[in-house]
Every structure is written in structure tokens, then in C-alpha cells.
Design a protein around this ligand. Structure first.
Ligand SMILES: [Fe+2]
Ligand SMILES: [Fe+2]
Length: 278
């Protein structure tokens, strides 16, 4: 782990480099499962209290960063990698790819995060549907990040229960709203990503109000709860503990995802073949 940490920090230009990164780039790096490691490494180096010294950008400062990047923040990790290097050729997909094949061959930037989230949900005794929703909640960010709750629910809707799709769709909106009754606080990562004074747009607020009153409110809320603490670099989770849940709750098409003529088959083909020019 020590070597990984050093290599990761070095790749960002050391602690000094991390401090110089704009907050979007830093937040992206954090999302790549390194939050705790990165923070502790910087903290150790500075020997100070990181939290006290922490300054979050304002929403206007976040807005001003847009033209400092060669990509839109909403672009998926598989489409526009954040390493700044050329993309690599992707391993071929099997003829009839399953969800597990996508986990192993295409969800490189999101798998660890969602596996950790599902693992936490399992440890917390959540229902199998919530565990599955946790396992799937962010993987659509491989192709698109903007409104990923809605995109993600759409990607999975033909293959999961209505409740699982509901949990995936609305976890995104609920993350902006605290719920002390279940110990959910507004995430620091969002202060970093959106700015300390950010106010979510009207459609997010309206969605929150609708979901808050819905009988399935706790489904997406539990995804958000198990999402928040899912960045632990010392936890390595494989897909294996979830194979039974996938088998019971994910309707795998026998032709393979992308070949089944479903209304979202093109989305799976896009994940399979992101190098297709048209
Ligand atoms: Fe999410
Ligand atoms: Fe997440």
C-alpha cells in the first residue's frame, strides 16, 4: 500500500502538486478511491491539521475553472480519462457480455468505489435490492457524469426491479440533502466539487421534495448513506460476494448486454466500444 501511495502522490506531482491542482481535478483524483490515502499523506507531510486549514472554493470559483480544462466535467471517465495521457486500447469484450464482464473489462474507474459501497451496504444489513443499487449506482459515470442518477437508472431499468431503478435514479438528488435521522450529512466532497456556497438547481430540489414524501424514500437514501463512507483504500472488494445477488436480481439477457434489442442496448454498446467514431 505504501508503494501505491507514493506512486499515486508522485503521479500528481507530490503534495505540492496536489495543492496546486484545481479543485475539480483534485476531486476527481479523490473519487478514484484515494481520498483517505491522499489526505493522510498530505497531512503527514504538512504535520498540520488538514481540516482546519481546508479552504473550499466558492461556486463562482468552480465556474471559473471550466476554461482551465480540456474536457467537460460531465464527460465519462471511459470517454475522457483524467490522466492527461493517451487512452489505451481496451480489452475485447466476450460475444455475449454479462454485467460481470462489464465490471471486469470496462468499469475500471468506478468499480472499486461501487464495490466498496455495496460491501458496506452488505455489512450494514441492507436488503439485497439496496445492495444491488449500491453496486450499480455510479457505474454509468464511465460514459457520462452529468445527471448520473437518471442516466444510471435508465441504463439498468430493463434488467432490475422498479425499486432498484428508483434507488439509483434518486440517490444523486438526495446526496445534496442531509438526513440526521439516518446520520447522513452533506458531503465535504460536494463543497469541493460544487463550491461551498452552491445551491442545487430547482429540478434537484423538486426531486428531493418528491422523493422525501415517497414510500420508497429510504431506498435511494440508503444508497447515499452507504455511498458516503465508501472510500477506503484499505478495503479491496471483488465482485464475488455479490454474484448471488446479481443472479437473483439482475435479469441478464442471454444475447448479452448490448445485443438484446432493449431500449438501452446502445448505451451498453457505447460502453463496450467507446472508440467507435460514430
Ligand atoms: Fe452517485
Ligand atoms: Fe457513489
Amino acid at each position: 500500500m505504501e508503494t501505491d501511495r507514493k506512486a499515486f502522490l508522485d503521479s500528481l506531482g507530490g503534495a505540492e502538486g496536489v495543492r496546486r491542482m484545481d479543485s475539480e481535478a483534485r476531486a476527481d483524483a479523490l473519487e478514484h478511491q484515494m481520498l483517505a490515502e491522499l489526505n493522510s499523506a498530505i497531512q503527514a507531510k504538512e504535520g498540520g491539521d488538514r481540516k482546519a486549514a481546508r479552504k473550499y472554493p466558492t461556486a463562482a470559483e468552480v465556474e471559473a475553472q471550466i476554461e482551465t480544462r480540456p474536457y467537460r466535467a460531465g464527460a465519462g471517465f471511459l470517454i475522457v480519462p483524467r490522466t492527461g495521457e493517451n487512452v489505451k486500447r481496451l480489452p475485447p469484450m466476450p460475444a455475449n457480455p454479462t454485467l460481470v464482464d462489464f465490471f471486469k473489462l470496462r468499469f475500471m474507474d468506478t468499480a472499486n468505489h461501487v464495490l466498496q459501497s455495496a460491501n458496506l451496504a452488505m455489512k450494514n444489513g441492507m436488503s439485497e435490492e439496496i445492495i444491488l443499487a449500491c453496486l450499480l449506482h455510479d457505474v454509468v459515470q464511465e460514459i457520462i457524469r452529468t445527471d448520473h442518477g437518471w442516466w444510471g437508472a435508465q441504463l439498468f431499468e430493463p434488467y432490475v426491479s422498479e425499486k432498484v431503478a428508483f434507488a439509483i435514479r434518486y440517490h444523486q438528488a438526495l446526496r445534496y440533502y442531509a438526513d440526521p435521522s439516518v446520520g447522513y450529512e452533506y458531503p465535504d466532497l460536494y463543497r469541493e466539487l460544487f463550491g461551498a456556497d452552491y445551491v442545487p438547481p430547482a429540478y434537484i430540489e423538486a426531486t428531493y421534495q418528491m422523493v422525501r414524501k415517497h414510500k420508497w424514500y429510504m431506498e435511494p437514501r440508503m444508497v447515499a448513506v452507504n455511498d458516503l463512507y465508501a472510500f477506503d483504500p484499505n478495503v479491496v472488494v471483488t465482485i464475488d460476494p455479490f454474484l448471488d445477488i446479481i443472479g437473483r436480481h439482475f435479469k441478464q439477457p442471454k444475447e448479452g448486454l448490448g445485443n438484446d434489442g432493449s431500449p438501452v442496448a446502445h448505451m451498453w454498446r457505447t460502453i463496450s466500444r467507446p472508440d467507435q467514431p460514430l
